[in-house]
Design a protein around this ligand. Structure first.
Ligand code: AKG
Ligand code: FE2
Length: 279
């Protein structure tokens, strides 16, 4: 994984790496130890007892009865201001504008906590391609030549091989396909390792998954999903946030929440006149 810092995070170089290189990069130095400690404390408090939230790519764990060793905390914007700062970090916004178009949105901001002994996930691709195990439900000719997803993981704990740092197959993003058992994911995968506060940024078409946590400590990350403006977001964040939060949202946050993009709209009831076109 190519690694950058806040100072060296060149958008053109990162976009090239995401589309045509390994599919994932590391960026360090974006968050303070205090921000990470605060985020981690909130995630731990909200996942102390709550094993029974929706989760994904955990079919095997569900079958084995150890689903409680991976815990999700959803709708993080409502749970601490620190998460709004993470989602709108200027270095990330700058890179993502080049990758997803300047008016990109956020589809989800959630935590993924894997406790010691947690089994990890099925190798997969992310939303909105994440049901590409049923390719016939997507348009003919669909491919990953332009991105409809970018994923940011903000690491809250040491991500090591032992603790289950996200595994991924470099280059797998160049052909949109859901990984099959014959693809030998576990023999080919590399890891998005890092220290608390580091960021892994990847194109969600890259085959990846959380790996088993064999360490003696938790392994948590904030997972942020970014999408072009016209992709239906995964979490209905405006519906889950209090009205004062929406009223006071910064311009960046308004954009991320899709508040600047009007569709779908009841056009029959919209103001009369021409609303689109060069002129
Ligand atoms: O937590 C991780 O390492 C990755 C999680 C992931 O890929 C997902 O939930 O889609
Ligand atoms: Fe994923």
């Amino acid at each position: 994984m190519k690694r950058f810092t806040a100072a060296t995070a060149n958008p053109a170089e990162i976009v090239e790496e995401l589309l045509n290189g390994g599919g994932a990069v590391g960026i360090s130095g974006l968050f303070t130890a205090q921000e990470i400690a605060e985020a981690r404390a909130i995630v731990m408090a909200h996942s102390e007892h709550s094993a029974e939230k929706a989760t994904h790519f955990q079919g095997a764990a569900e079958g084995a009865g150890n689903l409680n060793l991976q815990r999700r905390v959803w709708n993080l914007l409502a749970k601490g201001e620190v998460f709004s700062h993470m989602a709108t970090h200027p270095v990330l916004m700058n890179v993502l504008r080049s990758f997803l178009g300047t008016e990109f949105i956020m589809g989800s901001i959630a935590a993924n906590r894997i406790l010691p002994g947690g089994p990890g996930q099925e190798p997969h691709v992310d939303y909105p391609y994440w049901d590409f195990h049923k390719p016939e439900t997507h348009p003919v000719g669909f491919n990953g030549s332009f991105p409809m997803n970018a994923q940011v993981s903000v690491l809250l704990d040491p991500f090591t091989k032992e603790s289950g740092a996200t595994g991924y197959v470099p280059g797998s993003q160049r052909e949109l396909r859901y990984p099959a058992p014959e693809d030998g994911f576990y023999n080919r995968c590399e890891r998005m390792t890092g220290e608390p506060g580091d960021v892994a940024l990847f194109y969600g078409v890259t085959w990846h998954c959380a790996m088993p946590n064999k360490a003696d400590h938790d392994r948590s990350a904030i997972l942020i999903q970014y999408l072009p403006k016209w992709v239906k977001p995964m979490e209905d964040m405006p519906a889950a946030l209090p009205q004062p939060f929406l009223d006071n949202a910064s311009p960046e946050l308004r954009q991320l929440l899709g508040m600047n993009y009007p569709y779908p709209e009841v056009l029959d009831a919209a103001k009369a006149g021409n609303t689109e076109g060069r002129k």
